[in-house]
Design a binder for this molecule. Structure first.
Ligand SMILES: Cc1ncc(COP(=O)(O)O)c(C=O)c1O
Length: 325
């Protein structure tokens, strides 16, 4: 008798409707902003960050005269305190140091940056540690739009994610804040009405993200191969392109030649290389973070974007070879 009644209730719940109609399942609201830094600021404002709160950031954050610091400016603007956890020379999270900083400061927010589109191999563990210490987690996906939305390899472990659309699509501005399900509904409601919100005059979905992601991966893969004969002078920061990673640029380490000289010569010759980041913010001092400064001095980022024709990659590596050999 008992068995048949529990079977009846099971069949009652296990039904399948013809189409999905539940409005909250897998919802991930997006709020548009002028850029990623404004999205970050809106989040900090909504959480009412002040001088009483501490934010823990990775110790690789750049600054430039024209652009300031996309990651650090919002932290200063809301007047929060900050500290940094170490990264290795390969930009990997130093989990031991992350633990120490979490224990020492009990930050309210921890930021993880998926540099150049590559989420850290230890991201899940790092997020778990941050949560164990009661912190809110922000994934900075300024470089990881496609690694998140096309491949799904990042962006869902944190409470929120910021995106810099103008770095990945042919526009001068545009940012998103993605609000994950772990955020309280009241915070989500407030953020959807943020006074900093700025609807975009273009629709990012007018572009074929899948094809853009495929082109970026193909370009990065080709560059890895083309660079192999000069790896003693220019070596990729990441030697392989793991499944799902969609690069913003391909970071390389320039040894045996001045990075700045190479940067200027390549740009003079029409190849738009950048160095993210050539100058670190003052709060990240070389004595405390020598590896971050070593990286800032040697890194160069090669373009892999969707406009590139493959033959131009060969021409770019030819120029690189000529200069460093
Ligand atoms: C890792 C990272 N996060 C955030 C930002 C800020 O992006 P945006 O220029 O869209 O404000 C930048 C660039 O400045 C960045 O490199």
């Amino acid at each position: 008798m008992m068995l048949s009644s529990s079977l009846t209730s099971l069949t009652q719940t296990l039904v399948i409707s013809k189409k999905a109609s539940e409005l909250t399942i897998m919802k991930r609201p997006i709020v548009p902003f002028h850029n990623a830094r404004t999205a970050f600021k809106a989040l900090l404002q909504e959480f009412r960050f002040s001088a009483a709160d501490e934010i823990l950031l990775p110790a690789y954050v750049g600054w430039s005269k024209n652009e300031g610091s996309g990651v650090f400016d919002p932290v200063c603007e809301v007047g929060a305190q900050f500290r940094f956890y170490r990264l290795t020379r390969d930009l990997a999270i130093d989990l031991d140091d992350l633990c120490i900083q979490l224990k020492t400061s009990r930050p309210r927010l921890v930021v993880f940056i998926h540099y150049f589109g590559w989420p850290d191999a230890q991201l899940a563990e790092a997020v778990m540690l941050a949560r164990e210490h009661g912190a809110v987690v922000l994934e900075d996906e300024a470089h990881a739009l496609y690694s998140d939305w096309v491949s799904g390899i990042c962006g869902r472990l944190g409470d929120a994610a910021i995106f810099s659309l103008h770095k990945m699509l042919p526009f001068d501005y545009g940012g998103w804040l993605a609000l994950n399900r772990s955020l309280e509904p009241s915070i989500i409601t407030q953020l959807l009405q943020s006074p900093l919100r700025n609807p975009l005059p273009y629709d990012p979905l007018n572009y074929d993200w899948y094809s853009i992601a495929a082109a970026r991966r193909e370009h990065a893969q080709k560059l890895l191969e083309l660079l192999s004969p000069i790896n003693d002078r220019i070596r990729p920061l990441y030697t392989i392109l793991p499944e799902g990673v969609v690069p913003q640029t391909l970071p390389v380490i320039v040894t045996e030649h001045s990075r700045d000289d190479l940067y200027f010569k390549m740009n003079e010759r029409g190849f738009g290389v950048v160095s993210l980041y050539h100058t670190l913010i003052e709060a990240i001092q070389p004595a405390e973070f020598p590896d971050s400064h070593w990286l800032a001095k040697h890194i160069m980022n090669l373009p892999v974007h969707q406009d590139i024709v493959p033959q131009a990659l060969e021409a770019m590596v030819e120029q690189l070879t000529r200069i460093v050999r």
